[in-house]
Design a protein. Structure first.
Ligand SMILES: Cc1cc2nc3c(=O)[nH]c(=O)nc-3n(C[C@H](O)[C@H](O)[C@H](O)COP(=O)(O)OP(=O)(O)OC[C@H]3O[C@@H](n4cnc5c(N)ncnc54)[C@H](O)[C@@H]3O)c2cc1C
Length: 496
């Protein structure tokens, strides 16, 4: 039986919303989908409803793919909404370590998070993921790299990767959608949740208690359940924040990761590139004890401009495995993690203001500076950049001075990290190394949850990227499993 409802032409919705459910899930990304999977796997009779503001997987298509890469601003965005959320068109790199892609280990402990990741990985395998694991076969070389990292006080994060690839990933999520529908999960597509329904009731001791009762969709329909999982992803993070403010659900400001994209000749990074799928190194800087990390390494790649919110120029990088676009350069991000405490609550604005400053200085383009000029405190010039082995791949970047953009603290953090990296892969601290600014990664505010991922409102669970708990496919999926199990355990406890 197929329980999929496309509400753009749905006739049976009225009958659906008069039904109450055991569990309602907001969002059909990896977090929501894996939660539904686990609920039905362990308790097939449970009535589970998913409301998803995007389309079913077979109806998702991004116009950018057929019109020469131009975003036409679909609402909702086909890349980030619909069944499997931001996962559908991703590169599908599943990180198999709790150190990468989220903070499950902070909540559950390292071993429990690792075990959950193995279990969610098994589900990807069940639905057809490639069995090959990358990044584990070069033990001798990895030991050598780790030894150097230790001397430089850097942590080498070993992260085995299962690579789905975009096409295969899409097929796997399509199979998961079919499985959920066959298992009897009701899925309403094109249905955004507008409000979480929360009621207050008085207890005998005179205290007032809140609890969740369901959700109200944007079209006014109401769906009831004693347990609601918010799995709304980055796409729904602002909405979820609004709900937190409206209902006093506890949350803390998220992190902002800010820094530069580094570009060097491939020769400088070759040993790391050849032996690790991606070199992930973390440093706590000696001066400020700030966390700085490498992220998203692109061998033979190109530095690129990306427009955040359509107009703010920020840096990113792409990799080309080979072929006509391959370059002689490797690029990667160096990001300083900034966490803020009370009373500041808008870290995204902070990151945006720094990026705006750099855009203002160079006509809405990206600033590039050699490391030699960066550490000497002077602006880079076309002439000085032409003296080098390295040819910049971002052609319209403006030679400039990053010290006019970054706070002193971030400048010091970046410089100290580059010297530390130089001990692992000599050549990084060369005068010719290029630093492009500003690279910034925003993360959702983090909802305060307990070990069951239940928020301060009983019955309301929050998981995945939208809750500020995860940042990647595998941890978001594992988070779904975990929340589902907590709900099942509570139900069992209640009926025992
Ligand atoms: C281009 C791209 C490439 C990526 N590549 C990788 C990668 O290779 N490896 C990796 O590990 N991670 C990758 N990621 C990140 C990864 O996709 C996310 O970490 C993961 O999808 C998060 O899962 P989630 O379930 O928490 O949220 P999402 O996948 O974002 O899903 C949330 C869902 O909730 C829905 N929703 C939101 N608000 C509402 C509402 N009010 N009502 C109803 N529905 C709502 C959205 O439409 C969406 O479908 C990539 C992300 C992007 C954008």
């Amino acid at each position: 039986m197929n329980h999929q409802h496309d509400t753009s032409q749905n006739t049976s919705k009225e009958t659906l919303h008069s039904v109450s459910y055991d569990v309602i899930i907001i969002g059909a990304g990896p977090g929501g989908a894996f939660a539904a999977y686990e609920l039905k796997e362990k308790a097939p009779s449970l009535r589970v409803l998913i409301l998803e503001k995007g389309r079913s997987i077979e109806k998702r298509a991004c116009p950018k793919r057929t019109n020469g890469g131009k975003c036409v601003g679909c609402r909702p965005c086909s890349i980030t909404t619909g069944f499997s959320g931001a996962g559908a068109f991703s590169d599908g790199k599943l990180s198999l370590s709790p150190d990468v892609g989220g903070t499950l280990s902070d909540i559950l402990g390292y071993d429990e998070a690792a075990a959950l990741i193995r279990e969610s990985d098994d589900i990807y395998l069940k639905f057809g993921a490639d069995r090959k694991i990358w990044g584990v076969d070069k033990e001798k070389e990895i030991r050598e790299i780790r030894a150097k990292a230790i001397t430089a006080n850097l942590k080498l994060v070993e992260c085995p990767i299962r690579h789905l690839g975009t096409e295969k990933g899409y097929e796997i999520y399509a199979a998961l959608q079919r499985h959920l529908l066959d298992a009897g999960v009701d899925i309403l597509f094109n249905t955004a949740v507008e409000d979480i329904l929360i009621e207050t009731s008085g207890a005998e001791d005179g205290t007032v208690r809140e609890h969740v009762t369901g959700v109200a969709a944007a079209d006014g329909a109401r769906y009831y359940a004693p347990r609601v999982i918010a799995a709304v992803g980055r796409e729904g993070a602002d909405w979820l924040n609004g709900q937190c403010e409206k209902f006093g659900i506890e949350s803390v400001p998220g992190t902002v990761d800010i820094g530069v994209r580094v570009e060097v000749r491939d020769e400088v990074m070759q040993f790391l590139n050849d032996n690790l799928y991606e070199a992930k190194l973390i440093y706590h800087t000696p001066t400020f004890d700030d966390k700085v990390r490498t992220f998203c390494t692109n061998p033979h790649g190109e530095v690129a401009t990306e427009y955040y919110d359509g107009n703010l120029a920020v840096v990113n990088g792409h990799a080309y495995a080979g072929g006509e676009y391959a370059t002689h350069n490797t690029n990667f991000a160096l990001l300083v993690s900034k966490n803020f405490t009370k009373p500041f609550r808008t870290p995204i604005e902070y990151g945006r203001k720094i990026a705006e400053l750099s855009n203002m200085l160079c006509g809405n383009r990206i600033i590039v500076q050699t490391f030699g000029d960066f550490r000497r405190g002077r602006r880079s010039t076309e002439e000085r950049m032409c003296r080098n082995n390295l040819i910049p791949t971002l052609k319209d970047a403006v030679p400039g001075d990053l010290s006019l953009v970054f706070p002193h603290r971030i400048m010091v953090d970046l410089e100290e990290m580059i010297y530390a990296l130089d001990k692992v892969t000599p050549g990084i601290a060369s005068d010719e190394t290029l630093l492009y600014g500003v690279e910034v990664k925003f993360y959702s505010n983090r909802l305060v949850v307990n070990r069951e991922f239940e928020t301060s409102v009983p019955g309301l669970y929050a998981i995945g990227d939208g809750a500020g708990i995860t940042r990647g496919l595998q941890q978001a999926s594992a988070n779904g499993l975990c929340a589902a199990r907590a709900i099942l355990a509570k139900k069992e406890g209640a009926s025992a």
